[in-house]
Design a protein around this ligand. Structure first.
Ligand SMILES: *[C@@H]1O[C@H](CO)[C@@H](O)[C@H](O)[C@H]1NC(C)=O
Ligand SMILES: *[C@@H]1O[C@H](CO)[C@@H](O)[C@H](O)[C@H]1NC(C)=O
Ligand SMILES: *[C@@H]1O[C@H](CO)[C@@H](O)[C@H](O)[C@H]1NC(C)=O
Ligand SMILES: *[C@@H]1O[C@H](CO)[C@@H](O)[C@H](O)[C@H]1NC(C)=O
Ligand SMILES: *[C@@H]1O[C@H](CO)[C@@H](O)[C@H](O)[C@H]1NC(C)=O
Ligand SMILES: *[C@@H]1O[C@H](CO)[C@@H](O)[C@H](O)[C@H]1NC(C)=O
Ligand SMILES: *[C@@H]1O[C@H](CO)[C@@H](O)[C@H](O)[C@H]1NC(C)=O
Length: 835
């Protein structure tokens, strides 16, 4: 699978001649840009009311009970409009003004311009003679504080309070006219009556559209025709007028399309026992029928605790993006690029950003040589490459500067010790540059940029009491680390003083038994309290070469020899077929050049790393096909015929084991039959995978901007999956899609403030002209059990290739999502007003 960076910068894999054109296509989706701006304005305005009215009861905002509140005590319906005007009154001007000042973000970028909101206000004052307040008020929508920006939940079209005969937009307009309110305030005040529902309801069942009638094949549909296609044809022929009728028609005609029957398809979500159980509860719901829920990705996300942002102290201040240069980021990137280009004493553009945290529990043996409060080891990608900024903020960058921002050859490894609260142990964080030290860095490094990255994301896996460092080179490569405090490092002992380097011009060393002695990695930045050694060189996981990245590693006890080391595996594919390769990560086999016929992304045929192939046992095992998702998301409703996301998930992070008891702890919120769990499984392994909207050729066609806005590419969502801990590692269940959010700015975020967090709001997940309260890219890079608390998991993820974040999610919560109760997550009574 691709890393977000590689997806975000398709350009670099293209021949130079086509780069320019594509770059324009990728970075200048004008519609997407303006779309983001519009969303920014509209949605951001809204959520304040939640905090203001409910949390701090801000007195200036609305000193009297809001008209909304008083209305709620009045008769509903017809009297409504009258009540509003009776209740109409001026809210305190100074309250609104205060609010403008509080919500105004001077450092933010004004619209898509290269200058800040403060600069703009100054300009307005000088050139238009308006007061500061007026300028701020009138431009507020372009300059909202980021914490007001991540609420995408105001629903203008919704009926006010759910059942009033006017819309939320109408209500807001009315308040602007009658209460001397600004739009932002009015929306904030009304957000609680105008929240987008967490899901939409449809009487087409999840899975209907893509079900296939296998008997009906054609050139286009060799493997069967999707039911949605058949429905569309029937409608085009005039046989039926509505999708509902089309659904009935095809469901009756083709058993394979029975999920399309709007009246009873929901029964397919249950087995008979479960169905009669609940139906017999005696309420009349059955008669009303049920609609399927299609969740918004931000609303289907797991509940979490202890969100923590990381900052890697070992990045020197002079290599951090200065906050005051955010407003002229293009100029800044150009400057530092030229600085880099004109010198030959630096290895990279002088800017480093840390993200994509890979956590691992520290195994006991390693813990003995580390400070006693060290609980986790974290690996971070440290690089000038980032997606902190919107593309439209960077459209006049020179091609080479752009390339370097998107796909820097420099991908250093940050390593740090974390305590149980995910705080970095002071002095125990370092940055190393393995690629340079081992002379693996590709052409161009240290001079001008033409080289490709050697490594990109790093992850850590604890297997058999050892910590493995996993990196995406052209393909996944793995080494074993030994990490200790300096005081435990005795240079005099044999080999301890050896530095990792190329020897005698060759990198091919060791034999099948991995007979290599550990070598030490130089610390490039940070204090040298930590000593990091590679126990052997990188070994490559070779899976045939078509797709070679992000293979998560896991181990399971040896079924026949329980006293032996656990057997180690790499996940080559997640779904629909879970493909897994057993390996000895520490032993090698030489991969002959002739085997490597096809590399998909890079131009390098076989390099020294790839030739050290980790010893594979047998062939990749192929599982049965994965079951359907445990709930459905709004993309399926919006794009029934094609779906929005690539079906096959890519490995993000794996694996945490869940016993049946841990899953059952979720009680009524799960639906778990023996068939789903699998009778013989004491536990299942769970992971998080991601998928994205992939780049398609038409994205470079300027005439298709509107389509791009509807389905922007390189937008990511994740899902959980659970599989059996034995070959062929069948996937027993998987969740619906969800996204993970931004670092909170309301004081609940733990860890030091990362100044890039603000930038992450620049790029939000969006689809179908709607924006979600999530970053465009959330890249889950770790999923481990919490130290000292086996009932909880820890998820580490990168936000927009810009910041790292860690959250805790209980196993109960993961279980609720994977084994979700259809009554909760899939259907709702047809009588919506009841709620
Ligand atoms: C910003 O404020 C000025 C002064 O009030 C106003 O004329 C201008 O239209 C505003 N700009 C936008 C984009 O709303
Ligand atoms: C589809 O093919 C199968 C096997 O050939 C057959 O049993 C079935 O009746 C066919 N279904 C339809 C709808 O034609
Ligand atoms: C770069 O290195 C060369 C040779 O080592 C040296 O002659 C030259 O002055 C250096 N250039 C700069 C800008 O440092
Ligand atoms: C490198 O070459 C020297 C001299 O030929 C030899 O003594 C040494 O053992 C070699 N080292 C390795 C690691 O092969
Ligand atoms: C289990 O251990 C035995 C003995 O070492 C070994 O032969 C066998 O391949 C192992 N099985 C697996 C699945 O690793
Ligand atoms: C592995 O796959 C190859 C090619 O399909 C096959 O010839 C071979 O028998 C398989 N090996 C095992 C152990 O299944
Ligand atoms: C989506 O946004 C684009 C660009 O702003 C616009 O052209 C298009 O009409 C919108 N589509 C819908 C369905 O709202």
């Amino acid at each position: 699978m691709r890393s977000p960076i590689s997806n975000g910068s398709r350009t670099t894999s293209l021949p130079a001649s086509t780069r320019k054109g594509k770059k324009r296509a990728t970075i200048r989706p004008v519609c997407l840009g303006s779309l983001l701006v519009v969303m920014y304005i509209v949605f951001l305005s809204l959520i304040l009311s939640l905090f203001d009215e409910e949390d701090h009861a801000e007195p200036l905002l609305d000193p009297k009970p809001s008209s909304a509140d008083s209305l709620s005590h009045e008769d509903e319906g017809k009297g409504e409009k009258r009540q509003q005007s009776v209740d109409g009154r001026s809210s305190s001007r100074s309250g609104a003004d205060d609010n403008v000042i509080r919500s105004f973000c001077g450092k933010c970028i004004w619209k898509d311009s290269p200058y800040s909101c403060d600069t703009r206000v100054k300009w307005e004052m000088e050139n238009r003679g308006v007061s500061e307040l007026t300028a701020k008020r009138n431009n507020l929508s372009h300059c909202l504080q980021p914490h007001e920006a991540h609420v995408a939940d105001f629903c203008g079209d919704c009926a006010w309070k759910g059942n009033m005969p006017f819309t939320c937009d109408e209500r807001v307009q009315w308040e602007i006219a009658h209460r001397n309110s600004i739009e932002l305030d009015a929306k904030k005040r009304n957000l609680k009556y105008c929240k987008k529902p967490p899901y939409i309801l449809s009487n087409l069942c999840g899975g209907c559209a893509k079900s296939k009638e296998l008997n009906m094949t054609s050139k286009k549909y060799r493997e069967g025709t999707p039911c949605w296609e058949i429905m569309t044809r029937r409608m085009n022929k005039g046989a039926v007028a509505t999708t509902e009728d089309a659904g009935r028609l095809v469901a009756n005609e083709f058993p394979a399309c029975k999920l399309c029957h709007p009246d009873n398809c929901w029964r397919e979500y249950f087995d008979e026992a479960q169905l009669s159980d609940r139906i017999n509860e005696g309420d009349a719901r059955d008669n009303l029928g049920y609609h399927t829920k299609y969740w918004r990705f931000d609303q289907s996300a797991p509940e979490f605790r202890n969100p923590t942002t990381l900052v890697l102290p070992s990045i020197p201040d002079e290599l951090r993006l200065p906050t005051h240069r955010v407003k002229d980021i293009e100029a800044y990137l150009t400057e530092i690029y030229h600085d880099f280009e004109s010198r030959n004493d630096t290895d990279h553009v002088p800017m480093l950003i840390e993200y994509n945290p890979g956590l691992a529990q520290i195994p006991p043996q390693m813990k003995a040589k580390l400070p006693s409060n060290a609980a986790y080891l974290v690996a971070l990608r440290v690089t000038p490459a980032n997606n902190c900024f919107r593309r439209d903020q960077m459209q006049s960058l020179d091609q080479k500067v752009w390339d370097h921002t998107m796909m820097s050859a420099t991908n250093l490894l940050g390593l740090a010790l974390l305590d149980e609260k995910y705080e970095i142990l002071p002095g125990y964080d370092i940055i190393v540059d393995i690629a340079s030290q081992l002379e693996l860095q590709r052409d161009g490094y240290g001079t001008t940029y033409f080289g490709e990255p050697t490594f990109m994301d790093y992850r850590l896996f604890t297997l058999n009491g050892e910590v493995y460092l996993h990196a995406n080179a052209d393909i996944t490569v793995v080494t074993k680390l030994d990490i200790m405090s300096k005081e435990h490092f005795d240079k005099k002992t044999a080999n301890n003083g050896k530095y990792c380097k190329k020897e005698n011009g060759t990198w091919w060393r060791g034999d099948k038994n991995g007979d290599e002695s550990p070598c030490t990695i130089d610390v490039v930045h940070g204090e040298d309290n930590l000593v990091v050694r590679m126990k052997h060189n990188f070994n490559a996981i070779w899976s045939g070469g078509d797709r070679g990245k992000n293979f998560a590693l896991f181990s399971v006890p040896n079924a026949t020899h329980p006293d032996e080391l656990e057997s180690t595996y790499a996940e080559v594919d997640i779904n629909p077929i879970h493909r897994v390769q057993q390996l000895n990560l520490d032993a090698i086999d030489k991969l002959p050049r002739y085997i490597v016929k096809k590399r998909i992304r890079r131009n390098y045929a076989v390099d020294v790393i790839m030739m050290r192939q980790a010893l594979a046992y047998g062939n990749v095992t192929d599982s049965d096909e994965a079951p359907p998702r445990s709930f459905y998301t709004i993309d399926e409703h919006w794009f029934p015929e094609t779906g929005a996301f690539r079906e096959a998930g890519h490995g993000g992070a794996c694996c945490v084991s869940f016993t049946k008891e841990e899953v059952l702890a979720q009680g009524e919120h799960i639906y778990l039959t023996p068939e789903i769990w699998g009778e013989e499984n004491d536990y299942l392994l769970m992971g998080v995978a991601h998928t994205s909207v992939t780049w398609k050729h038409w994205y470079s066609d300027p005439s298709r901007e509107a389509e791009k806005a509807m389905l922007p590419h390189t937008h990511y969502i994740s899902f959980f999956y659970a599989f059996e801990p034995r070959p062929p590692f069948n996937i027993r269940a998987r969740s619906g899609y969800f996204c993970l959010g931004f670092a909170a700015e309301d004081g609940t975020e733990k860890g030091p403030f990362n100044q890039h967090s603000t930038l992450t709001f620049n790029r939000k997940l969006s689809q179908h002209n709607e924006t979600f309260s999530c970053p465009q890219i959330h890249f889950v890079s770790s999923f481990v059990e919490k130290v000292g608390d086996p009932s909880t998991t820890v998820i580490g993820y990168g936000i927009n290739d810009c910041t790292p974040r860690i959250i805790e999610v209980t196993k109960k919560e993961v279980a609720r999502m994977i084994f979700s109760d259809p009554w909760e997550m899939k259907i709702e009574s047809g009588n919506r007003a009841k709620d």
